[in-house]
Design a protein around this ligand. Sequence first.
Ligand SMILES: Nc1nc2c(ncn2[C@@H]2O[C@H](COP(=O)(O)OP(=O)(O)OP(=O)(O)O)[C@@H](O)[C@H]2O)c(=O)[nH]1
Ligand SMILES: [Mg+2]
Length: 388
Amino acid sequence: MSGPVPARASLLTPVGRGAIAVVAAEGDAARTAIDASFVAANGRPILQQPPDRIAFGHWVCGAHREEVIVIRDDDGGVEVHCHGGVTAAERILTAFAGAGCEVELWPERLDRTAASKIEAEADLALARATTRRTAAILLAQRAGTLSREVSGIRGDLASSRLAAARDRIDALLARAQVGLHLTEPWRIAIAGRPNVGKSSLINALVGYQRAIVFDQPGTTRDVLTADTAIDGWPVRLVDAAGIRETEDELEAEGVRRARQQLATADLVLWVLDAWELTGDPQAVMKQEWREAHGPTAASSLILTVVNKADLLPGDASQPPTDGVQFVSARTGERLAELIELIGRRLVPAASADEAIPFTRRQIELLSAAHASVVAGRANDATAVLWKF
Ligand SMILES: Nc1nc2c(ncn2[C@@H]2O[C@H](COP(=O)(O)OP(=O)(O)OP(=O)(O)O)[C@@H](O)[C@H]2O)c(=O)[nH]1
Ligand SMILES: [Mg+2]
């Protein structure tokens, strides 16, 4: 027989996001609170409700009655589902606390109840995942893909296959950026001369009117961002104001910030105007980059986007060139190709069934294990990997 379950209560759902809120509680004090406040529609006390089945009723608190569903399990745990929003859930949590339950934040609860550290981290990450693709990858890690790989590496170390272990750690570390971006958006800066259609392109990519579009150079004076998904990856599109020399102080500040956005972006889309294009798009992009940034070479993480392709005669078909995409933000022409190209550039390869470290803690452990393996200290590496 196990001892008494400590009484705890937690709000499991994020504040203000869903139509329902869920409060979980356990321990004798939790039952006391339920007995005092829950009136089941079938008139039975909670212990006479069948376990793991929903009991509909009301949470009664003074003159206030709130519709709820209560579910109990066999181990003294209960879940109360009430209307979403802050008030109802708070009233229920207060009742649990009043009966003697310790109120615990849900990340702490996850840490305590998860079967492993990776599982707890995956649950936290899943709550922040915004696309199916990223959620599928995280679910695979939660289901054991990452821990199996780590234990495979420990097996290599135990059998003195140090080179194999090192290669497998290298492969995991190579996916660290993808892993961190399962919960953090990739940052894509949209840059180029004034009036080429940067804001229009962002609007087209996001699918709604977000940035101000105006037929005058220098419309966007500050950095605007829009969050969306591209090819299943969460991205933050950053609208960099037209970079050029300016006397206007406010604009100069915008230019300074835009430059900073470019320096820190995961990918830059350098936008050209098809109507004004004279010569090879890549060469023009490099020329404009030099004008804006001085002699620093354009980084490889730049895609050249030739916008306003609808203004070109004929079907505007250009021979496909590596790193160049013709589009029309106005008509949506070739936007699908651009989206695919961005996806490939951002994340060269990632499949849901490979092991991917997805937290800084995991990446630090792998780096430490790597250093130990390289130094020939297999035992130290093994010890670090056990911390997974
Ligand atoms: N024909 C055509 N016009 C476009 C296209 N994209 C944008 N424009 C027009 O070009 C003008 C400038 O567009 P913006 O999106 O404001 O350009 P921008 O690069 O953000 O300009 P700044 O913020 O001033 O640097 C507007 O009149 C748009 O309607 C396109 O694909 N085709
Ligand atoms: Mg703009």
